[in-house]
Every structure is written in structure tokens, then in C-alpha cells.
Design a binder for this molecule. Sequence first.
Ligand code: Q9C
Ligand code: ZN
Length: 655
Amino acid sequence: MGTALVYHEDMTATRLLWDDPECEIERPERLTAALDRLRQRGLEQRCLLLSAREASEEELGLVHSPEYVSLVRETQVLGKEELQALSGQFDAICFHPSTFHCARLAAGAGLQLVDAVLTGAVQNGLALVRPPGHHSQRAAANGFCVFNNVAIAAAHAKQKHGLHRILVVDWDVHHGQGIQYLFEDDPSILYFSWHRYEHGRFWPFLRESDADAVGRGQGLGFTVNLPWNQVGMGNADYVAAFLHLLLPLAFEFDPELVLVSAGFDSAIGDPEGQMQATPECFAHLTQLLQVLAGGRVCAVLEGGYHLESLAESVCMTVQTLLGDPAPPLSGSMVPCQSALESIQSARAAQAPHWKSLQLQEERPPPLLPGGPVCKGAASAPSSLLDQPCLCPAPSVRTAVALTAPDITLVLPPDVIQQEGSALREETEAWARPHESLAREEALAALGKLLYLLDGMLDGQVNSGIAATPASAAAATLDVAIRRGLSHGAQRLLCVALGQLDRPPDLAHDGRSLWLNIRGKEAAALSMFHVSTPLPAMTGGFLSCILGLVLPLAYSFQPDLVLVALGPGHGLQGRHAALLAAMLRGLAGGRVLALLEEDSTPQLAGILARVLNGEAPPSLGASSVASPEDVRALMYLRGQLEPQWKMLQCHPHLVA
Ligand code: Q9C
Ligand code: ZN
């Protein structure tokens, strides 16, 4: 459906006219650097380009006072001295004669983006703007921000499009206190912000940036602050914050639209943020948000002052909005203690207001002494984690190797239908140990699967779907795992739904992680062999994905993912789509889905579209997890947390 890129060259006009070390980082080159890099990468060319319009004064009035709008309007005719004097009345503001025009374009760009997405002209988009917006308040400019672009866009989405639930994700490294103030009593806008805080010692030095500021009146629980008390937060910290705090609330909130205050001063190299997250992390954050609101994501630039880091991070965001899979994250995926403390205190502050946090707020049970857990593998195989992942740039994003002819009807045009098959002799050799693969249908299906898998391992195809007769599902999966491991995959994650047992003689060498979601008991037979019951309700399914599957997967860092819907998997199409969409964040999107041959074309179709980068349908208002589901999850987390650190959402207790 497309990605909009909203921009106007005039927004490079506003600049610093006098000496001010605080303001000088907010430079015109920020926009040109981002845009040049988008062009170089061929990303701009893939977007629908929209030329930003000016917001009207009425639109600015959605969140600003008429007096304040007049004050900014009048700066157009002021001289340098007067501009400097007026700027001094605000914190970290430097007006320019073009400020009013630029700020109206910045706000207008956000409005155009929201209109393009909500009218269905595009699926999502990014507005590249200056000045930024999230610090600006009803009657005050602040922190380089003049009009609150994202707040105006949110108010407009409510007023002109009749939306009732909008999620605002502020990943800028500063607290968007302007957005918080404007909506703190409004339950229709869920505002999430993480920010450098350092116990209140970082700008803007506000008590209300802390985790215990949760909104007021009707808006209680609709302000979510995650203060970082140390610099140096990295990929693992950011992803953990999404999995353990933002996403549970966001799914429960069930937004109709996601607005992102997309500041990239939270990326590595930024002089303001001093954080460590790499540009690829923004691809993951974007991809994680795209599973919400039917994929309606509007990102609006806020901060970001290291030109190189800014440009790369903007490219990662746009690339992901376009549907490309996120590149694998570098570095070990272990959140730091300070991040865990912050996440935990925000969860505790929000728990009274969100069902999805309530049942889980106790600490997981301690490890059972002498339990069956993780024998022979006390720590993660760090030597394996050091090995580089296969880095894909395949020409085909998704291939479907199915026999059912009616699948064609539900496939997007760029998904190819694979006709090829592995050589007969080779297929037979792989099939030989398995009785269930003796039948002709099973062999034919295996041949197609092997051909597809080879295409993925060779980097010709990124993701795919194959099918097998139900009776041969376990054996086919066994072959797929072995073939994957012997043909280039370093670490293979297998998510098996339904009655599929782990191949008994698969080596416990840390190269494969087997996760069975099958409806029997919760058990961690080793750190590489986990089974959990299939949760009954949507709420339980979500906490299983966010609280177990993805943390394990992000900790393991696979370079190939197999997801098998085996006999009795019992998964609804929308749940399967969500799982596939989220697993696509791993292994550079190298995901092979294995279905049963009698699956409906609808199921195959929705999985193909999701693996190809389309947003999964939104789940709607979700039920809560059942107590049994929560218990199973808590048990497994307690067992596995010591090895798979992304499972943690509590800091270690100091004995
Ligand atoms: N060294 C935005 O990123 N100065 N605004 C802080 C601390 C103000 C940031 C000084 C920073 C404003 C949109
Ligand atoms: Zn910022």
C-alpha cells in the first residue's frame, strides 16, 4: 500500500543567527543529510513523495493558544536583536525570521502524513521536519520546538478522522513533556516516552518525567514514562523496553493509529543522548510497532544531532516502513541492570492501570534446586554468538512453495510461486530415515521445501512458505532443521506449534533452539529445548509471544527461523500472522513457515503477505491471559531467565 515521505525544502531555512552553543546542534544539515542518504540508498525513490503544506492557524489552535500562535507569527518581522531577546524568554529556543513558516510546514507535514494514512492513500510514512515539536507546549516554545507537530497530528486524527485511540511513541532521547502536558488527562491518547533522565539531573530536569507520572483524571495510566538513569543504553535495553513495557500496554490499548515522535538522538554517537543503540535498532522498533493498528504508523522527525547516525537511523526507519526486513542486531543482547530497574519501576507504576501487567507483577519463582533445567549448558554459547550471521540482500522477498493452485488468488504480485524441487535422489536421501516420508506426496512436498530452503540459505529468497502432509510434518521439520544447519545456518530457531516433538537426536550444541507451543505442559528440558502450553485466549497468546518467544529469540539471535504449524496447532489466522510478523524481526527476516497441506489458502495467503512485509490484521480488544497461562509463563521465565537475558524484566536482587 505504500510509504509516504513528507518534506519541504523550505524547512532548511530556519537557523541560528547568533552564538548559542545550546542551539547550534539543531542545524539545517540535519534534513539534507537524512534526505541525501535516503536518495543514495534508493529509498526516497520507493516512497510516495508529498510536499509539506503549512498548517493553518486553526489547526495550530488544536493544541496552542491563539496568543502564542500570534506571538510566533510576529517573529517574522523582527530583527536579530529582537529575535534574540524573545528567544531568551524560552528554554533552548532560537527564533529566525523563517521560524513561523518552517514550524507551520513541520506541523502541516504531520497533518498530511496522517491524512494520507487515514484515507488509505498509503499504509505508513515519515515526515522529515524542522523545527521538531515534542517539547512545545500550549503557550510556550521549548527545546528547539515551536509547534507540537505530533500533538497537532493526534488532535487532528481525533477531530477530523474520528479516531478514539491513538498511540504516541516518543523514542527521542528527551522527554516530550509538551505532549505529556497536552494529553495528560486524555484517555484517547496513550503517550509513551523513554528518555535520558539520570534521576532528574538531565534536561529538562522535570520531576514529572519520572516513571510515577502516569497521567491524571480520566487519563490515569495513559502516560507512560520510562526514564533512563544511565547513559549508554543499547539495542538490548531498547528492545526489552518494547517487549516488556510498551507492547503489552499497546496491545491492550488497541490503537487505531500509531504516531512516532521519531527523534534519533537516542542513537549511538549522538552528543545529547550519549546512548549506544545502533541504527538497525530503529528498524526493529519500527517493525515492532507495525504489528499495531493494522500497520498505520506515522513517524515524525524530532531530534537527532549526529548527522551520520541520524541519516542511517532515518534510512533504517524508512526501509522498514517500506516492508524490508530488519537487519540483525549487533552486539550481545543483554539488558543492563539500570535499564531493568527502569523498566521494572515503570511496569510497577503502570500495573494498577493495565490488566496485561497485573498478573505478572510478582517476581518469577526462584529456580528449583536440582531441577531438570539447563543441564550441561550453564551459559549461552558466546563463541557461537560471535560468528557473523549470513547477511541477506535477496532479490526475492518471499516465495511460496505450495501445491494448492487456489493460493494464487490471495498472493500479492511480488510474492513468487516456486515451482522448483530439489533433486529426487537428494530428497530421497534426506527422507530415508523417516518412514513417514516414504509416501510420494510427502517426498514431493519435501523436495519443494528443500529447494526453497536452499534458495533462502543461498540468499536468493528471504522468506518462504512450504507445506507438508500432516502425517509427515514432524519428519519434514526434522529434515529442514538438519539441512539448515548443514547448509550454512549458524543458529536456527524452530518455533513448532501443535503436536511436533523435538527430533530426538538433534545435538544440544547450542546451534538450534527448539520452542514448542503445543498445549501440553510448560517445561524447559534444557536451555535449547523449551515447551509451553498454547494459551487459550488472545491475551495469553500475546504474553506468550512478548514475554517468552521474542525474548528467547532476541537472546538467541538466530540466522534462520523455522515456524511450523503442525497437527492440532489450533492457531487462528490472525494469531499465526502476528507470530510470523514478529518473528520476521529475527534472522534478517529469514523465516520459513511450514504448514500442513490441508491448511486453507487464506492461512497460507495471510502468512505469505505478512512474511512479505504487510502488516498483520490488528487483533482488536484482547482478553486477558488466564491464570494457568500466566503460571506457565512465569514458571518458564524463572527457569530460563538466567540463560536467556532478554527474558528479564526485573533487576537482580542484591543479596
Ligand atoms: N546538554 C530535541 O531533541 N538542551 N530537543 C539540552 C543538555 C536542549 C532537545 C542541554 C535540548 C533540546 C527535539
Ligand atoms: Zn531530543
